[in-house]
Design a protein. Structure first.
Length: 366
């Protein structure tokens, strides 16, 4: 395991994550050491407002940490990213409710973005019912976020365009039933299970709007556009897994021979050139990705609003980084031999994690 220079992740924490990754993959949930580390470091609340007890880290700092963790283990990086991202929603809750939630012992927010449930108005609150999929870190969540279609008297509330009105909610885990549905080939330890809610009542304060104008916290983190934040955090995870794969692939290639040329595979000119090309392309696009992130963050931190072209640059560089990562993984894998196909090998786990995480719908490139 090689730690990049100036990594935001300490070597000790990296060893803790790596040392229990295989056990977590086999158990299909994060190892207790992983869970303890996420809580001890405060990473799950790193995007929550300081006023509510979170760290409110500058976004570029949080994204670099997410990439560094994903470069050690994809599932830990993914749970960190998705649950810290749900913690970001605390900036859109009333300060009192945000403090109450973020102050929960071993707090962890999970959830899903699909509007696959309903919220029926009931007095000073809503009754929520539905099923939601892909809640990463679900077994350790103390609260769940969700989107639901608003209804009154059983009929959807329509917006000005005639479409059903959707609102985000936060619900305590005690009102949620987990459904063990996560059976993917990779990201096994993320335990991204489904959950359902049956006619659970929550006060209106548990509903919120994810929009800078509706933020209840003052910092620039809550003025940064939601989709731009989603793109950079997801792409950073994919980049971390890809860099881990490339490191492991180079070691596999170093220990193989080319059958036809009777040379160490890494000394075959075409192979050496391919390795250089993939590393160069990845490093080049990664630099552009972080330049776009840092520039956009600087604008928001200075009080500016991101333009459509600013947001397009963030999205485009995120997708470009995903594309170059896919190309590197897909073209280097055939050179790694049968060892890379062994389910119990680290490179196979990383390969499985990468191809599972990169299926996220925001990272589709068509």
């Amino acid at each position: 395991m090689i730690q990049p220079v100036n990594s935001p992740l300490s070597a000790r924490d990296a060893r803790r994550i790596a040392g229990h990754a295989a056990l977590a993959d086999a158990a299909r949930f994060l190892h207790p050491v992983h869970q303890a580390l996420l809580h001890r470091r405060g990473w799950l609340t790193m995007l929550a407002p300081r006023a509510s007890g979170g760290a409110e880290l500058p976004l570029p700092e949080a994204v670099r940490l997410e990439e560094a963790v994903a470069a050690i283990d994809g599932s830990v990086g993914w749970v960190l990213t998705l649950c810290a991202g749900a913690g970001w929603f605390a900036g859109f809750l009333t300060p009192e409710l945000a403090r109450d939630i973020i102050g929960t012992r071993r707090v962890c927010l999970g959830g899903s973005g699909a509007p696959s449930g309903f919220a029926d108005e009931d007095g000073d609150g809503y009754r929520i019912s539905g099923r939601w999929d892909y809640a990463s870190g679900a077994p350790m969540a103390t609260h769940f976020t969700l989107n639901a279609v608003l209804r009154v008297d059983g009929q959807p509330v329509l917006d000005e365009h005639g479409a059903p009105r959707i609102r985000a909610f936060l619900v305590p885990a005690a009102q949620v039933q987990l459904i063990a549905s996560w059976n993917s080939i990779g990201m096994r330890a993320s335990a991204s299970h489904s959950y359902r809610i049956d006619d659970a009542w929550v006060s209106k304060e548990h509903g919120f709007t994810i929009d800078a104008a509706s933020a209840c916290a003052d910092g620039p983190l809550y003025r940064y556009p939601f989709y731009s934040l989603a793109y950079v955090t997801l792409a950073a995870n994919v980049a971390g897994m890809a860099s881990h794969f490339m490191q492991l692939a180079q070691e596999c290639i170093r220990h193989r021979r080319h059958a036809g040329k009777d040379l160490p595979l890494i000394e075959v000119p075409e192979v050496a050139a391919l390795l250089r090309a993939k590393h160069h392309a990845f490093d080049t696009v990664r630099a552009r990705f972080y330049a776009a992130l840092d520039t956009s963050w600087a604008k928001v931190a200075s009080g500016m609003e991101l333009s459509a072209s600013d947001m397009a640059e963030v999205q485009d560089t995120s997708l470009d980084l995903t594309a170059v990562a896919r190309a590197a993984v897909n073209q280097l894998y055939p050179l790694c031999g049968l060892y890379a196909a062994r389910e119990d090998s680290t490179i196979n786990r990383v390969w499985r994690d990468f191809h599972t995480a990169s299926q996220h719908p925001l990272l589709m490139q068509i």
